[in-house]
Design a protein around this ligand. Structure first.
Ligand code: SF4
Length: 430
């Protein structure tokens, strides 16, 4: 039978779709591309914002409408966090949460045996073990995401993820080693370690986040190790010093800020102050050459006054992040913030979002232009519509250059000569 995946959300979700595809392959299912007809459509959903829920509902209806004789499976974070809402999506023939992904082969078998709609959304439990999973390839990509951690114990007041993902759980190092060696044997030169709260890795094991990074950097054939999103307060001075000794570690850190205002951070139940965050950025830039810092910033959170927003904007500009993902606050049912006072009108959220995006974009353009004249090492990965090759440097600067397709998946030195919209342009040096 043919299976097709439609994946929403984060790198962990993308990894889980790949891992699920490889699991189903062992049971005789063939994964086909999104434009091909399939017998089963699996929607791996996200629920981080109201918009992701809307996209999930839309996808379930669209896939069933366009493929009435196929089976539509809804899984992922939306049914896990909101099982009652998911059950009402009758266009989905099977509804499971991310907790049950590993049982999908048996669930499909039961469905085809009884031809009856199945809704199986059991909640995450305390003490639950990390669900073993691995990938041996990652679509046609040059870099492979590797999930090493799941869950979160934080309960930031605006976030539904701890409900959707359960408590912190980590992949044992021995499983990680085998997976990385397999990916290296498959020719992957760059891997990205990902998790729901990545830097909380090992809190449930006698192993630490640094152990996992050092292990990844020790695998032969893997030449770059990149990190997914990190929480600031896990990155202590000792952790940074240890990471700085990992030569293959990419000097690009995505450290979730959320707000540059202490009042707002308190209401968000975030565990650091803006001064601590600033000191962290200074330390990373001191310990890693050519270091780039990227982040997530939320605007329009409950009770965010005009002055709070101005403070946050000033802080973000001060740090000078190379890239910022800006989000308007989205109310999540079941979170502490849902019941808070001071929810702001949509118009104010939109206005602050566009102001923050404009200012961050100016800093981004300034950073890209500052690369002109440099020669950088690029891992090329695809050919763009304009016929140029696209790749990334170790600090995740996107670079385009004219060159042969044979360079895809390979490193080359590029002299940066110009920039365009969101990347640098250069000439490949022989
Ligand atoms: S750290 Fe906070 S924002 Fe991140 S997943 Fe956990 S609860 Fe959500």
């Amino acid at each position: 039978m043919k299976v097709s995946f439609y994946t929403l959300g984060c790198k962990v979700n993308q990894y889980e779709s790949q891992s699920l595809s490889e699991l189903l392959y062992k049971f005789g299912y063939e994964t086909v591309g999104k434009d091909e007809n399939a017998d089963i459509y699996i929607i791996n959903s996200c629920t981080v914002t109201a918009e992701s829920d809307r996209k999930t509902r839309q996808a379930v209806r669209r896939f069933k409408r366009n493929n009435p004789d196929s089976v539509v499976v809804l899984t992922g974070c939306m049914p896990q966090a909101y099982p009652d809402d998911a059950e009402k999506l009758f266009q989905a023939d099977i509804v499971i949460g991310n907790k049950s992904n590993g049982d999908l082969p048996e669930i499909l078998e039961e469905y085809f045996r009884n031809k009856k709609r199945l809704v199986l959304t059991s909640q995450h439990e305390k003490g639950e073990a990390f669900a073993s999973c691995s990938v041996s390839s990652f679509d046609e990509r040059t870099r492979a995401y590797v999930k090493i951690q799941d869950g979160c114990n934080r309960f930031c007041s605006y976030c539904i993820i701890p409900v959707a993902r359960g408590r912190v759980r980590s992949k044992p190092l021995c499983e990680l080693k085998a997976e990385l060696e397999q990916l290296s044997a498959s020719g992957y030169k760059e891997i990205v370690l990902v998790g729901i709260n990545l830097s909380a890795y090992g809190q449930d094991l006698d192993e630490s986040f640094c152990d996992a990074v050092e292990l990844a950097c020790s695998v032969e054939g893997i030449e770059r190790v990149r990190l997914g999103s990190l929480e600031p307060d896990h990155l202590t001075g000792d952790v940074i010093e240890r990471l700085s000794k990992c030569k293959k570690l990419c000097p690009q850190f995505h450290i979730s800020l959320q707000s540059g205002c202490d009042n707002t951070l308190k209401r968000m139940n975030r565990h650091y102050s803006v001064d601590e965050y600033r000191a962290l950025c200074k330390n990373l830039r001191a310990c890693f050459e050519d270091c780039t810092l990227t982040t997530d910033v939320m605007v329009g959170f409950c009770g965010e006054s005009e002055k709070d927003f101005e403070d946050s904007l000033r802080f973000v500009k001060d740090i000078g992040f190379e890239k910022v993902h800006v989000f308007p606050y989205s109310v999540r049912v079941g979170t502490k913030a849902e019941k808070m006072d001071g929810h702001l009108p949509k118009a104010i959220k939109e206005k602050r979002t566009s102001i923050m995006i404009d200012e961050c974009e100016k800093i981004r353009q300034y950073f890209l232009r500052s690369q002109i004249g440099k020669t950088v090492c690029v891992l090329f990965e695809s050919r763009e519509k304009d016929g140029m090759l696209l790749g990334y440097t170790a600090n995740y600067t996107p670079v385009k250059a004219h060159g042969s397709t044979e360079l895809s998946g390979k490193f080359a030195n590029v002299k940066i000569t110009d920039t365009d919209e969101d990347c640098c342009i250069g000439e490949i040096e022989s």
